[in-house]
Write a protein that binds this ligand. Sequence first.
Ligand SMILES: *[C@@H]1O[C@H](CO)[C@@H](O)[C@H](O)[C@H]1NC(C)=O
Length: 160
Amino acid sequence: MSRGLLEVVVVAASGLPNVDFLTDKIDPYVVVQYKGQERKTSIARGQGGNPEWHQKLTFRAEYPGSGSDYHINLKLMDHDTFSSDDFIGQTMINVEDLLGLGVENGSYEMNPTKFRVIGNDKSYHGEIKVGVKFTKTSDYNGDEEEFGGWKNSYGDESDD
Ligand SMILES: *[C@@H]1O[C@H](CO)[C@@H](O)[C@H](O)[C@H]1NC(C)=O
């Protein structure tokens, strides 16, 4: 089993529909979820359908895993000040191969790539450009006691 850091770079989106009929320009942000961890980008205020974030969000990851352990979910939302935020659409990135290659190579990076954003009605709601990088920080055999005091130079004692 290997552990490491998964860095998700949310670059920009384009062609997002205006889901808020009260304004000309939506205020989009992205909620990124990975294995029970959740991070958000800042709100691209007034940027409408073609927002830019250029933000890196970091998650803890392990390999191997199973099923949904390999899915990064990105949910695009429109921030509203006086009402609840509107859902724009979502996309999912499968990182199984990326994690496997990262464990083999020490690190592995997928350059920013465009993914289709899908709305609630399953229709095309624009696209989002995202890069992903995995960096291995340690290996263990399940029973960490066996290492008896050995520590990887990166450490990960803060892990829970
Ligand atoms: C493989 O690891 C090297 C050294 O860490 C890194 O420079 C390179 O980008 C990695 N390969 C890929 C495809 O990410």
